[in-house]
Design a protein around this ligand. Structure first.
Ligand SMILES: CC(C)(COP(=O)(O)OP(=O)(O)OC[C@H]1O[C@@H](n2cnc3c(N)ncnc32)[C@H](O)[C@@H]1OP(=O)(O)O)[C@@H](O)C(=O)NCCC(=O)NCCS
Length: 204
């Protein structure tokens, strides 16, 4: 691994790899654990990989996923929605859920929909970016890849002059996002997880 991490759009040929990376990164996330309770981590990772693969493919119609490819492999990936591209059109959202359910079954579906509705309600009504997903290969976490991704994302946001929102249920992530200008706007218990809603205003 080099220490200078280039953050670039990920090509579609990289999506399956990015999806398994995101699945590994998120398999112990508190929100995922409450959407898919009582499932062994490996099985949860498989379900997540399918979900992320479908999400990457669908969202790439509007937004190219960002990532770090280093040593020939995807090491970090993010889905950042531009203003007006989230939530997806209803028909597209239903199609996405249908494909995921067909591949991995309906378990967690009701909870996932409840989660999506609860967070969607809290998003601003004014134009904004939405950082839906950011993950780093677990073995490489804590080495600056996530910060490199956020530096690039902050540059995109400042160039566009737009706000960005995200949510997280992880205390350490709150600290990391705070370093890149995100502030907590609201805290809520959702599906048993302590969710922090965060917003970043652009630096002009
Ligand atoms: C959150 C995440 C993207 C950060 O990327 P990273 O490469 O580990 O972060 P960096 O090395 O650039 O920065 C380290 C900081 O990230 C935060 N952090 C969050 N989770 C961490 C983890 N598992 N390991 C190390 N740092 C983590 C801490 O604030 C840490 O600062 P500290 O070392 O002073 O405590 C990555 O740890 C990850 O993929 N975690 C699992 C998935 C996740 O929670 N994604 C965010 C969803 S909101």
């Amino acid at each position: 691994m080099s220490t200078e991490y280039a953050v670039e759009p990920l090509s579609s040929s990289r999506f399956p790899e990015a999806a398994t990376l995101l699945a590994r990164a998120f398999q112990n996330d508190p929100v995922i654990a409450s959407i898919l309770p009582g499932i062994l981590p490996e099985k949860r990772a498989h379900k997540l990989a399918v979900m992320f693969e479908e999400m990457l493919a669908v969202n790439s119609r509007w937004n190219e996923p960002l990532g770090i490819v280093d040593g020939g492999a995807v090491r970090a990936a993010a889905i950042l929605h531009r203003p007006g591209t989230h939530p997806l059109p209803l028909g597209t959202e239903i199609g996405l859920l249908w494909r995921v359910v067909r591949r991995i079954g309906p378990r967690g579906l009701t909870r996932f929909i409840r989660w999506s509705l609860r967070i969607g309600r809290r998003h601003p009504t004014t134009p904004h970016y939405y950082l839906e997903t950011l993950g780093v290969e677990p073995a490489l976490q804590g080495r600056g890849l996530g910060s490199a991704m956020l530096r690039k994302i902050a540059a995109v946001l400042d160039a566009a002059g737009d706000e960005c929102v995200l949510e997280t249920a992880n205390d350490r992530n709150v600290v990391l996002y705070g370093r890149f200008g995100f502030e907590i706007t609201r805290e809520e218990q959702i599906l048993g997880a302590h969710v922090r809603f965060m917003r970043r205003r652009p630096v002009m």
